[in-house]
Structure formats: structure tokens, C-alpha cells
Design a binder for this molecule. Structure first.
Ligand code: TRP
Length: 327
């Protein structure tokens, strides 16, 4: 039986961090065996919020693709491509914009939130309002059955379904309605205890060398109600403990849990154990990253091959779309 197709995209934020790895990428890697996967770099989407600062986008695309490959996205299994290389997305976006009521976009919760959150940027732009229409074009272009995303993207996938339904109703059935494949995200905070985010400078990057990993881990906020080593700690209060859970074998985890509670293991020592486990965990990723950086032509060829595969599919869909719209 043919595998079902899924598609997901990521804005090119540059080098990826542990939040990206455990929040999305690991899941993408896992899905590769079960589904026919399309994964793309949403570089046009970066313009919706960063239209004033575009000089970093190309480098960010490059860094991100290298991280994707290094964590195990496999160009043999998945189609990896860059949105702006497939101009058909722009055409489909334009056609969808003709049939998408403005009210659907204005009530989009992420629209309202981000305009507030990013008040330092003027986001009262047509492209920013229409962002989910572009996302719908990304998804429907490949007739994806499923879209693996985090909970923040739910409204966009819902809007995609609404646009598909409206298109099919007006012009005849071309698009399947995609389902959301909700990604369970482990609660990993940045080293300062806030959400891990590039703009907070609180990340650990997949590309960080061991000495940087050690420093960052040593700065992690732990159990704030345990100021001294002789105070008994509580791993459930410790902001670093979710990391311990991810990277330490169960025996070690049990031991440090007991020693934290009995105040025999201090946070400094405990974080050293974590740092070493993390350095080791990231070692193969770091190695593959180095290999790709040394062979940029190989990376270029992977991207071009993925673009070509995506383009073939996009051209097919657009032929059907033009036929349906009668244009
Ligand atoms: N909006 C997504 C984000 O900000 C990125 C994205 C663009 C996407 N197009 C997509 C995700 C299509 C899934 C499918 O993370």
C-alpha cells in the first residue's frame, strides 16, 4: 500500500537548538519510515516578520538544512526543499487569496498574538495577515494527508482545511483536507528558565562545541528553593531535570534523584554529569555537521534534488488547479 504523505515546514532561523530538536526534528526523523515526507524551509515566511532584515536569510537556510541532515533527515527517504525555489507556491497562494475571506485571517489567534508580542516591528502588512494562506498553499500543493506541527500551528492547519473545502466547493474537488499530526513537545526551558529561544540568548545549539555545552549547562537554573548544597533538593522543582531525563540512563537518573533529595549531590556536580551526557549525545550530530560543512557541494546537490522532486509534484498540482479554475 502506498504510504500516506505528510508535509511540514520550518522558518529558517539558522542554527537549531535543543528545543527545535526535541520539539520537532526528532519527530520528523521518526516519521520518515512511516510516511512519504516533504520537509521544507519556509524562507518566504521569514519575510512576513523580518522584511526589514533580510541579509541573514540565505545563511540561515543553509545552516538549518545542514542541521536537518545532521540529525538524520534523509534525502533518500524524504523530499527536502526550499520554498522560494518552487514558484508554484506563489501562484497557488495568489489563487487562494481570491477566495479567502479577510475575516478568517483577522480572527486567526496567532495574528493577533504576534502583532502584540512583536510590537517593536510593524506587522500591519498584507503579507503578514495573509501568512496562513501561503501556509495553506505550501500544504495543499503536495496534497498532504497530514501536517506534523506543534499546538501553536493548529489554527493554521484548520484554516488550510477551510480553504481546501472552499476551493473544492467552488471549482471541483482537487485537494484532500489535511489532518494535524500533533507533536508532543517535552517542556525544555532555556538555560535561564524561560522558553528556549534564539532571541533570549538562552539556547544550547546542536553545533555548540563541548566547552560551550559545558558552560551553558553550568549556567542552567536548577531548583531555586535549594540555595545551598546541604538543603535537600527536589528534581520536580529543578528546571534542568527534564534534560537529565532525556540524556541520562535510568540507573544514573535514579541515583542522582536520591542524592539530590538527600542533599548529598550538589547542583554543580549534578550539572557536570548532565553536561558530559549531553556532549556525548551531540557528538555524532556534531561530527556529521562538520562533514557536511566540509562538503558544501554535496549539500547543494541534496537541496537541488529535493527542489526538483518538489517542483515536479507542484507542477502537476498546478496543472489540475488551473484546469479547475478554468484559467
Ligand atoms: N508556520 C510554520 C511555523 O511558523 C512554518 C510553516 C510554513 C509550515 N508553512 C508550513 C508548517 C506548512 C507546516 C506546514 O512554524
Amino acid at each position: 500500500m502506498a504510504k500516506k504523505r505528510i508535509l511540514s515546514g520550518m522558518r529558517p532561523t539558522g542554527k537549531l537548538h535543543l528545543g527545535n530538536l526535541h520539539g520537532a526534528l526528532e519527530n520528523w526523523v521518526r516519521l520518515q519510515d512511516e510516511y512519504e515526507c516533504y520537509y521544507f524551509v519556509a524562507d518566504w515566511h521569514a519575510l512576513t516578520t523580518d522584511y526589514e532584515q533580510t541579509e541573514g536569510i540565505r545563511d540561515n537556510v543553509w545552516e538549518m538544512v545542514i542541521d536537518w541532515l545532521s540529525v538524520g533527515l534523509d534525502p533518500q527517504k524524504s523530499t527536502l526543499f526550499v520554498q522560494s525555489a518552487i514558484k508554484e507556491h506563489a501562484e497557488l497562494f495568489m489563487l487562494f487569496s481570491m477566495i479567502t475571506p479577510i475575516a478568517w485571517l483577522e480572527r486567526n489567534p496567532t495574528y493577533k498574538e504576534q502583532i502584540q508580542e512583536m510590537s517593536q516591528k510593524d506587522l500591519h502588512m498584507f503579507g503578514f495577515l495573509g501568512y496562513p494562506v501561503l501556509q495553506a498553499a505550501d500544504i495543499l500543493m503536495y496534497k498532504a494527508h497530514g501536517v506534523p506541527v506543534g499546538v501553536d500551528q493548529l489554527p493554521h492547519v484548520e484554516l488550510t482545511r477551510e480553504i481546501a473545502r472552499r476551493f473544492n466547493h467552488l471549482y471541483g474537488v482537487v485537494f484532500p483536507e489535511p489532518a494535524t499530526i500533533l507533536t508532543e513537545v517535552p517542556k525544555l526551558l532555556g538555560i535561564d528558565g524561560r522558553k528556549m529561544s534564539k532571541s533570549y540568548h538562552n539556547c544550547i545549539y546542536l553545533s555548540d562545541p563541548p566547552e560551550v555545552i559545558r558552560r551553558q549547562v553550568s549556567l542552567m537554573v536548577t531548583d531555586t528553593m535549594r540555595p545551598r548544597k546541604k538543603d535537600p533538593g527536589d528534581p520536580d522543582r529543578c528546571l534542568a531535570f527534564p534534560y537529565h531525563r532525556l540524556y541520562l540512563p535510568p540507573e544514573t537518573l535514579d541515583r542522582i534523584t536520591a542524592e539530590c533529595r538527600s542533599a548529598t549531590l550538589g547542583c554543580v556536580e549534578c550539572k557536570k554529569i548532565l553536561a558530559e551526557a549531553l556532549v556525548e549525545y551531540l557528538a555524532p550530530i556534531r561530527q556529521r555537521r562538520r562533514d557536511y560543512l566540509e562538503h558544501p557541494k554535496k549539500v547543494q546537490a541534496i537541496i537541488e534534488d529535493g527542489n526538483a522532486r518538489a517542483r515536479t509534484q507542484a507542477q502537476q498540482t498546478m496543472a489540475e488547479v488551473r484546469e479547475a479554475v478554468k484559467i
